[in-house]
Structure formats: C-alpha cells, structure tokens
Design a protein around this ligand. Structure first.
Ligand code: WTA
Length: 649
C-alpha cells in the first residue's frame, strides 16, 4: 500500500495511450531480460543508412569504461529529423515559433521549409570551411535558426556545442577554446522578456580572450553591430545564395553528435559527449512514450536549446518523430504571468513540459492568469530539472490541468541524454513529487552511501546508481576520458553514479531527493559550487570563499556564499554588490549570488579541509543539528558564522 495520495490514469487516456500498465510491465521485463532483442527492435525507430548488426558493447569497469551502441551502423541525424518525413509530412508544421513580443507574428515552419533551410545552412557551413568532425559553437536566441544550426551540423557531421545565451563572454570563451571551435553561430541580439541581450558583442568580447574564430551571425533584431572583415559573416546574404541541396553524411553510430558543457562537483564544467545512433533512438523513443505523443499534437517544451532539455525535447526527439514542436523565445512572465497559458491557447498545445521553478513562480502570481485562458487543448503536463514540491505539483495539476490530465515528472540529466525515470501517463498512478519508474532498459539501484552496498528491500533511501547502460548515455568527457571515468564510475565500482540521492517507497517507486554532491540546482539550472567559488576568489579583494545551496521558495535552491576578505579590506554593501556583479561577469546572470555572508574564518579540519556540511546547515538555517564539530581546527568560527547568518527564514 502507498503512504501517499495517488492519481490513477483516466480510462479514456489509457485507451489511447501508447503504453498501458500491462504493456509497461511486459516491455520493461523484455528490455531487462533480453536487451539485445529489445534494442534490435527499437533501434528501428530511426532510419539507418547501413543497418547495425551489433547492439551493445558495454564496460563499466574503472580504467576500462567503454560504451558503444549499434556500433557498426551508419545513419544521419538530420536525415532522420527532416528528410525522412518529407514524403508524408512535407506540408506539416515542424516548428511553431513564438516570439518574445506577443505582437510579433508567430511562424509556422513546415518540414519542407525546414529541409530547405537546413540544406542551405549545411552548404554555408561548408563554404566557411566547416566539415565532418569539426566543432561549431552555437550562442543563440530561441529562434528557428538555432534548430537549423544544430541540424545542419548533424547533416555534415560537424559537432555542435551550444552555450546558453545567458553565459558571459568569459564563460563562452572557455567553451570555444575548450573544443577548439571552427565556427561560432550567433545572432545580433537575443530578445527576452522585453530586453535585448547583445549576443554579437558578447561574442566579440569572448574572442578577445580566446582568439579569433569565424562567426556566422543571424540578423534577429537588425541592431547595429561591429563586423570584422574576414572573420564575421552575416547569415542572410550567405543563405540567400546557398544551394538547397546537401547530401547528408553517413555517420557512424558512435560518431559524436554534440558536446554540451555541464557543471560537476569539482573543477571547470566538463564537455559531455553524446553520439549519433543511441542518442537519437533514446531521444525519439522517450519523447513519444513519456509524453504519449500522437500524430497531429502540438508539443511544447519551454526549455532553452542551451540546455540538454532543449536538445532532446525541443529539437532531436520531436523532430525524429515527425512532431510539431513549439519554440518560444520569451519568458513565462512577459508581458505578464499569463504568457505560457496564452501561448498554449493560441497554438492549441497538447503536451506542455516545463520546470518546477517556473510553476512555483507562476503559482505565486495568482490563479486569474491561468483561469482567463482556454487550456482545453492540453492532454498532458510534464516537469523536469529539479524535485517538484507537492504544493506546486497540486497547483499544476488542479489549476493548469483542471485536475484531469497526467503530469510526468521526468528525472534525467545532461549525461543521460533523455528520461531515465518517469511515470508513463497511461500506465502508472501518479504520486506528487515522485519520478516513479525506470524507463525501458534502465536498471536503477539504491546504494548505501557509506558501504556502497546495494539495498534491495523497500522502503529505503540512499544514492542512486544505474547498473547497466542505455542507448542515450554519454560516452565520454570531451578530451578527458579519465575525468569521465573518475566522475561517474569511481565512487561506486561497476555502476554509473548519478550524483543524486533517492528514496524508494514501499511500492518500489522512486523519489529523487536531490544532489548528494557539490552541485546545486538554481531555478532548474545546474551549477557547480566550485565554479562560483573560483569566480569569487578571482576577485582581488577576496581571499577565500565557500559556496553552498540553501532552500529557496521559487528557485528551488539559492546560492549562498561565505566570503573571507583579504586583510585590510572592509565589508560593505557596495562590496556585496561588486562581488555579485563580478560573478555575473565571470559566469553569467544565472550564477548571481543570492546571499553573501562575510566570514572572518571558515570552519576547517586540522588538515585544512573546509567542512561544507557545517556551512550547508548554517545556510539552511538548521544550525541546531551541526553534528560533531570537535575535529575543527577552531570551533569558535562556527558560532561567529551562526550569529551572522544571512538566511533567517
Ligand atoms: C535534477 C536536466 C528531481 C537532478 C534534465 C539531476 C531532477 C540534475 C529531475 C540534472 C526531476 C532533473 N526530479 N530532480 N524530475 N530532473 N533533476 O544535467 O539533480 O541540467 O542530477 O539535466 O537535475 O540536471 P541537468
């Protein structure tokens, strides 16, 4: 029996669903008991230029980690997302684009138009000297050209690395040199929430740091920008004269499709590498089954293409399935808090997928913003990126879903390529806040964090690992396979370690409890505390810094910084602001510290290690339970930190 309120799927939903309860059990068992047969069949979701004969070849042993799926097959991702749909769906809308400004007309791009744009851009890339295996950095607004730019890379076998447009020039420069990009695709400006971010001038600043790279610039707003002769190229004129025919490259299943930098516990962000065949199978299959996507549905994922959610669930998954995918340039609260719901009404959205932080922010604005819109087209809601609290879940369910439609709470990571755990809407009774069940082929396990032993009984709690590979798994860290092995396969031998903790309840359903490492989740954006720390200590007045997360009503977690100043420096409100601006400049606005506490000293062990557990407790305002502080070099600093704590809620 469950200790929680559950929401069984409605009978009429089950009737039409791709997967009902019996089918889930049957398919899940097949996927685990005989993966080769299962994936031989589901590998056919995509079209192969040369069919694969090998299914999987996996080694999770530290020192020897190697992950290969469909390794002797050849395919092209752009051909799968565009060309193969032309016969049946040439005139169907592939992408609906909704601008930041609601007055600006939306666009409906058919598969035929998509094909023309992608082919032309592929030829433009070639003209700029980009070919198979070269890296292309995308620093783009949420415009259809971002999807064209991704697909054109895939078509010619170039590897894209998208940098979220909210990152600073410094962060962009590091990612451009990190993958030795041959080209940067950007736009003059990115309109968002009524303001324009100067993307091109950010690129110019980044190139002052990283050295020149060719730049292809889409004219989004027509703003005046500097163009450097021989380095910078305007998109419009090159596209105009490009041919609309470009043969897709036959790529090996294990050729890299993209790199995406993401934050970890330590060090600089790492370039997660996804490859061609397994990733596409995974993105397409999860998109269709998790969202119960049916032909003709308008599907909307509100993420940005700068994050993995935008890769798998705005572009690759939906387009591989011949879906109609909506791309939104703006933010949930512009011009007001009804924008999401107005867009749902305007485009008759059937599946709507967003982050808990957006739900919480909109919930706080009041119900009238939802109630004034006609949401009768909605069939399913989804969430991703962080644990959703039951209050937000109930609001989403009752206000947006009118208590009638399922919510899929999808747990996954940049590393996993697509959903690993989620309820399937026609199969499972939902529990608010639970990621519920593994997707096909996913074998989760809960380990005791200390002993590393697998816990088989229920209920239980521990660290979440996956015991075998799935096709969408990342293959390596760009340029650093050793770091890949160390990050994911060294703490718990023989498993993929997710970095998340979880509970498994008495029914065997999974609940994600959040990160167990030094990664925090701010408004659904993943952030390494080490990155913020190294930005802070780069400031001339800062001698030491420790950064932790703390519970934040809207953002999920906020960024709490303990800062020790150089001797002789005086704390002040101006300096707080200066440090905040400094971090924004070093990383980007998403890393802006919420609270900065001046810390004359930090709690350290006698060997000099900062005791982050204590800092976390103080930031959480839970300093009654500090545990053992006797190993501290100077226990007195703790009282000082408690007395001057910033979060008193
Ligand atoms: C968290 C985003 C709870 C988790 C797709 C994970 C979640 C990190 C959920 C990955 C969820 C993602 N419930 N937590 N449904 N989905 N997370 O790489 O901590 O940006 O490790 O990928 O987000 O973040 P990333």
């Amino acid at each position: 029996m469950s200790e929680h309120k559950t929401y069984p799927p409605a009978a009429d939903f089950v009737k039409n669903a791709h997967v009902d309860a019996a089918k889930y059990e049957e398919m899940y068992a097949a996927s685990i008991n005989d993966p080769d047969t299962f994936w031989k069949e589901h590998g056919q979701r995509v079209d192969w230029i040369k069919p694969f004969t090998k299914i999987k070849d996996i080694d999770f042993t530290l020192g020897n980690v190697s992950i290969k799926w469909f390794e002797d097959g050849q395919l092209n991702v752009a051909a799968n997302c565009v060309d193969r749909h032309l016969d049946k769906r040439g005139d169907q809308t592939a992408i609906i684009w909704e601008a930041d400004d609601p007055e600006e007309p939306s666009k409906h791009i058919t598969y035929r138009e998509l094909s023309e744009q992608v082919n032309k851009l592929s030829n433009v890339y070639k003209e700029l000297g980009v070919g198979r295996g070269d890296r292309v950095v995308l620093y783009m607004p949420m415009i259809p050209e971002a999807a064209y730019a991704m697909l054109a890379c895939a078509r010619i076998g170039a590897i894209h690395s998208i940098v979220f447009a909210g990152f600073s020039p410094e962060a962009l420069a590091a990612r451009v040199s990190g993958c030795e990009a041959k080209l940067i695709v950007t736009a003059d400006q990115a309109p968002r929430g009524g303001r324009n971010t100067a993307l091109k001038s950010n690129v110019d600043k980044a190139l002052e740091i990283s050295g020149d790279t060719k730049v292809l610039m889409v004219e989004r707003t027509g703003a005046d920008v500097d163009m450097k002769d021989g380095r910078d190229f305007a998109y419009g004129p090159l596209m105009e004269k490009a041919s609309a025919e470009c043969e897709p490259e036959a790529m090996n299943a294990e050729d890299p499709l993209f790199i995406l930098y993401t934050s970890g516990s330590t060090g600089a962000p790492k370039g997660v590498v996804h490859t061609t065949g397994g990733y596409l199978v995974w993105a397409a299959m999860t998109h269709e089954i998790t969202f119960d996507y049916h032909d003709g549905d308008v599907y909307w994922c509100t993420a940005d293409v700068g994050w993995v959610t935008g890769h798998s669930y705005i572009v690759y998954g939906p387009l591989a399935n011949g879906a109609t995918t909506l791309m939104f340039e703006g933010v949930p609260t512009y011009p007001d808090a009804s924008r999401f719901w107005q867009v749902c009404e305007k485009h008759k959205v059937a599946q709507f997928y967003t982050a808990p932080t957006a739900i919480r922010a909109l919930m706080g604005q009041g119900n009238e913003y939802v109630e004034k819109c006609d949401l009768s087209s909605l069939k399913l809601l989804g969430t991703v990126g962080e644990p959703i609290n039951p209050e937000a879940w109930e609001w989403y369910h009752n206000e947006v879903g009118k208590g009638k439609i399922p919510i899929v709470d999808t747990w996954w990571q940049t590393e996993t390529g697509g959903h690993l755990m989620t309820p399937l809407p026609g199969a499972h009774a939902l529990k608010p806040g639970a990621a519920m069940k593994p997707f096909f082929g996913v074998k989760p396990a809960v380990l005791d964090p200390q002993s590393g032993e697998e816990i088989t009984e229920n209920p239980t709690e521990g660290v979440l690992v996956i015991t075998d590979s799935w096709p969408g798994q990342m293959r390596t860290v760009w340029g650093d396979h050793e770091r890949f092995e160390k990050t994911y396969f060294s703490d718990y031998k023989g498993y993929y370690f997710s970095g998340d903790g979880c509970r498994r309840d008495a029914d065997g359903d999974y609940w994600i409890t959040g990160r167990v490492d030094d990664v925090i989740n701010v408004s659904g954006h993943r952030m390494g505390t080490a990155e913020v720390e190294s930005a802070l200590v780069a400031h001339p007045k800062v001698s030491e810094a420790a950064v932790v997360g703390y519970p934040h009503n809207i953002k999920g977690q906020g960024i709490y910084c303990y800062v020790t100043l150089m001797s002789g420096e005086e704390p002040s409100e101006e300096l707080r602001k200066e440090l905040r601006d400094w971090v924004r400049k070093e990383i980007g606005p998403i890393a802006s510290p919420d609270l900065i506490q001046w810390a004359p000293g930090l709690p350290k062990t006698r060997s000099g290690k900062i005791m982050r557990r204590i800092l976390r407790k103080i930031a959480e305002n839970d300093y009654g339970a500090l545990g053992d502080t006797s190993t501290l070099a100077d226990p007195g600093v703790v009282d000082e930190l408690i007395d001057n704590r910033m979060n008193r809620e």
